[in-house]
Write a protein that binds this ligand. Sequence first.
Ligand code: R5P
Length: 320
Amino acid sequence: MHDLRLFTGTSNPELVKKIAECLGTHIAALTVTRFSDGELRVQVNESVRGDDVFVVQSGSSPVNDNLMELLITIDALRRASARRINVVMPYYCYARQDKKVRPREPVAAKLVANLLREAGASRLLAVDLHAGQLVGFFDIPVDHLYAGPIIADYLTANLPADSKKLVVSPDVGGVARTTSLAEVLGAPIAIVVKRRPEPNKSEVMEVIGDVAGKTAILFDDIIDTGGSIINAANSLIERGAAKVYAACTHPVLSGDASRRLLESPIEKVIVTDTVPLPDEKRNEKIVVVSVAGLIASAIERIHNEGSVSELFSVHWKGQQ
Ligand code: R5P
């Protein structure tokens, strides 16, 4: 059996510390420094020859630095003769650029897939890809994990059992994800139809479903500026929702998103730690649940050639 080696990039060391604790392993030594012009330099400080390496790096902000650091780390590990390089991206960056909507647009999500493969990645492990079909951008195996069950556990434990729950997709693209959560919670669904006049701006066009008197749970993959989720929450309140909760896997929370969420009618925002949340982005409405145990279980199964899909109930298999 080849040894399992866990490495962390600089994007989300707290999460990797928790993953290492779950696995009962140490984080292998790697140093990241910079040349005076800003170029990154990565040094792998222990032998990985013949090892089954897992390198964890989120595509969080600063996105381009973190991505480049990951690519250089993969290159270093490949040249150091790692047997297999499993890239763990709890948050896969550039995922929203997954199609050409207008002429002369790039498909940056595919470009990132090519870069990872070209650098030497043997496999990708990611949590809640923006769209399930992103798996097809890779010619290496992709293990796609879902944070929904962890969020469902929080909601089940913390929302009043007698509340009339309704799970709401903040856009048409998120309906499959929403349906999985709704099935687990035994709740109906509603859909907010939104349009994006330009990137990072959104407008609600319609709400499909009966929201009056319900405890609405908006469920998205990403909260970035907070625009989509806050606009959706306002529309639900206008249509008579009793309370609105929000949940997402990747709390990107750029700009003043955290303050805007705090000032919004949303009761609580349940997020995971795929993206690190510095103190200045935290507030009393934001609850962080960890995906460390889930990622650790997947790493263990991949290393031991076990099934990853068995980690999920039928509700989450092939949800997108
Ligand atoms: C896009 O379709 C995603 O699923 C999210 O809805 C989006 O990234 C959220 O962005 P923002 O918070 O800036 O509205």
